[in-house]
Unconditional design. Structure first.
Lengths: 113, 113
């Protein structure tokens, strides 16, 4: 089955520091999505990456899809306390079949003021 | 507001009992997914329905079943409950715009005592 690994599992940062989480797949992906889940909340879609080497930005967030379409990263510049939450990647393999978002275990970001 | 409605928000029940969780997808979405999230765990895919038919199964126990009705709402039935079934159960829907991002409900927190 589809294997997706997300690292690190937890990350503590001081407010203002940068943060990066990585998502790695064992197979080539059709696309990758990123979601954020605030404490006590539900996952909320952030972005989808489709093309090899694609880079997308949302304010302080930068999302990148690897050239081989097997990995991705989310980078947050100058973290704020509002960035606290768990960031999940969700993948779909290139081999097709029904589209089922398969989630990594997530990276929990803790921002210390 | 994601547009996905889940009821109830909280459920406390005893071991051996049976419960039904309900999900109303976003208007127009044909796909419904059920996920289980345990403490410090990622989102484990359980089952997907598309326009009333079962499309894919994940790590769903035989004690669990689901269905999607003609009005597209879905129910997840959990029976012979065990302490380990305590978790947050999310429903998500997608497909209205042809995109694949999943829109999650607020979840049902199930506690088995």
């Amino acid at each position: 089955g589809q294997q997706v690994m997300q690292i690190p599992q937890y990350q503590h940062v001081q407010e203002g520091e940068d943060f990066t989480t990585y998502c790695n797949s064992s197979t080539t992906l059709s696309n990758i999505q990123w979601y954020k889940q605030r404490p006590g909340g539900h996952p909320v879609f952030l972005i989808q990456l489709v093309k090899s080497g694609e880079v997308k930005k949302q304010k302080r967030l930068t999302f990148q899809f690897g050239e081989a379409k097997k990995n991705s990263s989310l980078h947050i510049t100058a973290t704020q306390t509002t960035d606290v939450g768990t960031y999940f990647c969700a993948v779909h393999p290139l081999s097709g079949g029904s589209y089922i978002p398969t989630f990594g275990r997530g990276t929990s970001l803790i921002v210390h003021p | 507001d994601s547009g996905v409605t889940q009821t109830p928000k909280h459920l406390i029940t005893a071991t051996g009992q049976r419960v039904t969780l309900r999900c109303s997808p976003r208007s127009g979405d044909l796909s419904v997914y059920w996920y289980q999230q345990s403490l410090d765990q990622g989102l484990q895919f359980l089952i997907q329905y598309y326009n009333g038919e079962e499309r894919a199964k994940g790590n769903i126990l035989e004690r669990f079943s689901a269905q999607q009705f003609p009005d597209l709402h879905s129910e997840l039935n959990l029976s012979s409950l065990e302490l380990g079934d305590s978790a947050l159960y999310f429903c998500a829907s997608s497909g209205r715009t042809g995109n694949t991002e999943a829109f999650f409900g607020q979840g049902t927190r199930l506690t088995v005592v």
